[in-house]
Design a protein around this ligand. Structure first.
Ligand code: AMP
Length: 541
């Protein structure tokens, strides 16, 4: 048999040849949607590869992005990785100091950014040690007025290149992209994907029992391209010739609904918060989604899909929910829920119950659950254990070997999630071992908040727990013990925190208590706090 490396460039080459006219629609800020095709993306990705070469980018160099979902970001997905660079998609929602850390740690050589992030880039630029040039993803007419040196114009870079660039035949095990986890303790850690792992993951995303993408689909990509590469779906669309709708930053319910209707989306993916916003919009405006939408399935992941969201999609939208689970370390798709043959006669209720589980593994991924001693637990849907995973697109370590080995001798990676697995292989995430808070699909570190609070001279101790929230899924609640004889108000503490953490990390409420419970080894007993405060209803306070 022939040997051809599995390369990201082969995806866009194939799309341009086999599906040249398929539309890619990008919502632009304050403008009509931008429309192009795979032919255009292929040509411009080659021009971009030529431009990167001209800038001196070599194989393995990191190219950073701070950008929403749009056609230029898509060109970077193919152009930067295709020419041998490592595409590093940075999450612009992080606190500026985290962004600075991540870009410096990755040693990004060039940073491409949406002009909406100009203020952030200006603030960060003096501290980005490795970055040689900053590229505004815009045409000359939209270039921001600013004093930064080394500011380049994306469209001018492309215009200087012809489309004759030929993709190099790279080693399929070479690095292609880099994403950082938000970091539970300590600093964020990078996960470096290879061309091979990406292409294999892409095949799994497309398979019938996964998203089941095809040339008849138009995929609405509401998962940001900086969140594990939009779950690999831009590659998947290119592989099968599906159309894409890239919504930019317009992720409110009204914008999503309008765009889905106008562009005839057939499938979509995103975190539960996005779908809550869409469903609230539809309900408040008395829309008729069954008549107005072509949508037939929605992939929900990033955090657990609430039953109510699944029900509304099924009953009011006539849309099938695919519930997926994964993490940055798993590329991310590691499991996805579709009914089996035996479920064909299930009632709607039974099917919805099945859909609230996180699904089954595709070929290429293996899972097991273990007890605290590492012994495998039964797959009976009842035993709860540490979810372990291994496979073709699962990380074997972090970028630069941070934190040392992360897999055991048999390659099992402990995900930090607690789960059950039933006899049919359906995984259900019941808890997370870590104490992070997931708000709107993004992590908030309880430890960072606690440390910031304890930095106030009147605070003796602080603990932060997640409390369920109707819109954001979870929001932080802070529990504080004051130092004896000291006074501090809720507002004073919030003011203190707001200088140190991102605004959306601020706790929704602060409760002052006389004492926080501890374990024998002096650790805060969050279980106890959850029992006492976990039923807080936001708005009550
Ligand atoms: P990240 O690496 O930021 O994507 O976060 C990965 C973590 O998100 C996992 O370890 C889970 O704790 C959580 N997660 C992702 N998808 C789901 C899901 N469908 N249900 C419950 N938790 C999820």
């Amino acid at each position: 048999m022939q040997q051809h490396p599995l390369l990201i460039s082969s995806l866009i080459e194939h799309a341009a040849r086999a599906h040249p006219d398929v539309p890619i629609i990008s919502q632009m800020p304050d403008a009509a949607p931008h429309r192009c095709t795979y032919t255009d993306i292929d040509r411009r990705a080659r021009q971009l590869a030529g431009a990167l070469t001209a800038l001196g980018v070599r194989e393995g160099d990191r190219v950073g992005t701070l950008a929403w979902n749009g056609h230029r970001h898509l060109e970077l997905f193919f152009g930067a990785s295709g020419m041998g660079a490592v595409l590093h998609t940075v999450n612009p929602r992080l606190f500026p100091e985290q962004i600075e850390f991540i870009i410096n740690h990755a040693e990004d050589q060039h940073l491409f950014f949406d002009i909406g992030f100009i203020a952030l880039v200006e603030q960060l630029a003096p501290r980005l040690r490795s970055v040689k040039s900053l590229v505004a993803m815009a045409g000359r007419a939209q270039m921001p007025a600013c004093s930064m040196r080394a500011l380049l114009c994306y469209e001018e870079l492309l215009a200087a290149q012809d489309a004759g660039y030929r993709w190099p035949r790279l080693d399929e095990n070479a690095a292609s992209s880099l994403c950082y986890t938000s970091g539970t303790t300590g600093n964020p850690k990078g996960v470096l994907y290879s061309h091979r792992s990406t292409v294999l993951h892409t095949m799994a995303v497309c398979m019938a029992d996964s998203i089941g993408l095809s040339a008849r689909d138009t995929l609405f990509i509401a998962a940001p391209m900086f969140h594990v590469n939009a779950w690999g779906t831009p590659y998947a669309c290119a592989m099968v010739g599906a159309g894409m709708i890239l919504p930019g930053s317009a992720l409110d319910g009204a914008s999503i609904y309008r765009s889905m209707c106008e562009e005839k989306a057939t499938a979509a993916l995103g975190v539960p918060t996005v779908w809550l916003a869409l469903q609230q919009h539809v309900a408040s405006q008395n829309r008729q989604p069954r008549q107005e939408l072509r949508l037939n399935r929605v992939l929900i992941g990033g955090s657990a899909a609430p039953r109510a969201v699944v029900e509304v999609f099924e009953r009011d939208f006539g849309v099938r929910v695919l519930h997926g689970w994964g993490m940055t370390e798993t590329s991310p798709l590691a499991s996805i829920g579709r009914p089996l043959r035996k479920h064909e006669d299930d009632s709607v209720e039974q099917r919805i119950t099945l859909q609230t589980k996180q699904g089954r593994v595709p070929y290429g991924v293996e899972v097991k659950i273990t007890d605290d001693a590492g012994n495998e637990l039964p797959r009976d849907g009842a035993a709860c254990g540490h979810l372990q995973v291994r496979g073709q697109w699962i990380a074997s370590g972090y970028f630069r070997g941070e934190v040392g080995p992360i897999v055991d001798a048999e390659d099992w990676f402990d995900t930090g999630d607690i789960a059950t697995i039933d006899a049919d292989g359906y995984i259900q995430i019941t808890d997370r071992a870590k104490d992070l808070i997931k708000s709107g699909g993004e992590w908030i570190s309880s430890i960072s908040l606690e440390n910031a609070a304890v930095g106030h001279p009147s605070v003796a101790e602080a603990a932060v727990i997640a409390v369920a929230h109707p819109k954001w899924q979870e929001r932080p609640l802070m529990i504080v013990v004051k130092k004896p004889g000291c006074e501090i108000s809720k507002q004073q503490l919030l003011d203190h925190l707001s200088g140190q953490v991102a605004k959306w990390w601020l706790p929704d409420d602060i409760v002052f208590v006389a004492e926080i419970p501890h374990t024998a080894t002096g650790k805060i007993q969050k279980m106890k706090l959850r029992e006492r405060f976990g039923k807080t209803v936001w708005g009550d306070r």
